[in-house]
Design a protein around this ligand. Structure first.
Ligand code: F6R
Ligand code: MG
Ligand code: MG
Length: 371
């Protein structure tokens, strides 16, 4: 049986005005580059998408994960887009390209990556989620709900093939360690970690004792790149992406989308320093305006057919999400009223790489002992 690799590689290489939106000229150049890579059979298929100021390259191929050829293609595409961004004097042109030279893998070089290899099933639905103005931990709550919460995913109860549960690969992105934890039996341990979403992030999910799926092929993968940690100082947002497979022994498409009906609070809004609700939007609403946000997520739905990406379907462009959007806007209003106060503004630890240490340094000599 044929294995397919889906690679979703994204970067902010410039936007307009400010950090709002990717310019169409960047989408055009990305389409041109990937179309010639398809013609020369480096990739099977591709789609170029955008969310806010992030350019998203979705590619299918057979070169395995971490393929230097695929990563180089993405890197060169972002470099070409950066040239156009510079010509147009777009804002933050090339901001996520942290190196001048490619060194075999885009990981740690600025762009975010989610990729997985799996045996393509008879029917292979896949949803690509893309977020702007937030961090990888923003996926913790929805991914947990999809694969572990029976109040979200009816299939965990109704479909016996899911009764074996799932295996979660959780990364400590501060200490660069990982741990595998199983649901349902280690639910409390998983939640203890992933509730601390700025440190522990779900990287992958695998099926466990599932008669319909091999246990060594991931069913979900999330980008975990943390730009601030890579660059040593604040250079922009992580703006994560995720790939989630659905149906036939996995959560149904509707169960995969359902967690986003709750606009949970995530960090990364305005200057990477504020909490706000994650608003699910259609492709044409994926532009961050109010207070550079609020944070948003799009969902691009596909069927994979012999590696071809049949889609995308704009999954959140549905009136059924209007209520969530309304709720997100109410929360936006409520959070904004806090101005510079926590918990709208992030706590000190999470502002480590922003201007706050400089402000503290400036005031250092003026601090006196308290009584
Ligand atoms: C960037 C973002 C924005 C910027 C803000 C300040 O993704 O979310 O909120 O942090 O616009 O940007 P600079 O410092 O580039 O003027
Ligand atoms: Mg930007
Ligand atoms: Mg962004």
């Amino acid at each position: 049986m044929v294995k397919v690799v889906i690679s979703l590689i994204k970067a902010d290489v410039g936007s307009y005005p400010g950090h709002s939106l990717v310019h169409p000229a960047l989408v055009e150049i990305a389409n041109k580059e990937l179309s010639s890579a398809k013609l020369s059979e480096i990739i099977t298929d591709y789609k170029v998408l955008t969310v806010g100021d992030d350019l998203q390259l979705m590619m299918s191929h057979q070169k395995g994960v971490d393929s230097s050829e695929i990563h180089e293609l993405a890197w060169n595409t972002f470099m070409k887009a950066t040239e156009v961004a510079k010509e147009l004097k777009l804002y933050g042109a090339g901001q996520d390209m942290l190196s001048d030279a490619f060194s075999g893998n885009v990981k740690g070089m600025g762009p975010g990556v989610a990729e997985m290899e799996f045996t393509e099933r008879q029917g292979e639905p896949l949803i690509a989620f893309m977020m702007d103005k937030t961090e990888p931990g923003a996926f913790n709550l929805p991914i947990y709900r999809m694969f572990a919460d029976p109040f979200n995913t009816a299939g965990l109860i109704i479909d016996p093939s899911m009764h074996g549960g799932f295996k979660f690969e959780v990364w400590d992105i501060v200490d660069h360690k990982k741990v595998f934890l199983n649901t349902p039996e280690e639910t409390y341990e998983i939640l203890a970690l992933i509730g601390a979403k700025s440190r522990y992030v779900i990287k992958r999910v695998f099926p466990k004792d599932n008669p319909k799926l091999p246990s060594d092929e991931p069913v979900a993968v999330i980008s975990t790149d943390k730009l601030s940690q890579i660059a040593g100082q604040y250079v922009g947002k992580d703006d994560p992406v995720a790939l989630v497979r659905a149906q036939s022994g996995l959560p149904a498409v509707g169960e995969v989308l359902e967690p986003f009906a709750f606009p949970h609070l995530v960090s990364g809004w305005m200057r990477g320093s504020h909490n706000g609700p994650l608003m699910p939007v259609g492709f044409n609403q994926a532009q961050c305006t109010r207070f550079d946000g609020p944070p948003r997520v799009i969902a691009a739905g596909f069927q994979i057919a012999n590696g071809t990406l049949v889609g995308p379907v704009d999954m959140f462009a549905d009136v059924a999400y209007d209520y969530t959007r309304k709720k997100a806007q109410e929360i936006t209003e409520y959070m904004r009223r806090h101005g510079p106060f926590e918990p709208h503004r992030l706590p000190m630890e999470d502002m480590e790489y922003t201007a706050l240490p400089k402000i503290l340094a400036k005031l250092e000599d003026r601090f006196e002992p308290t009584e």
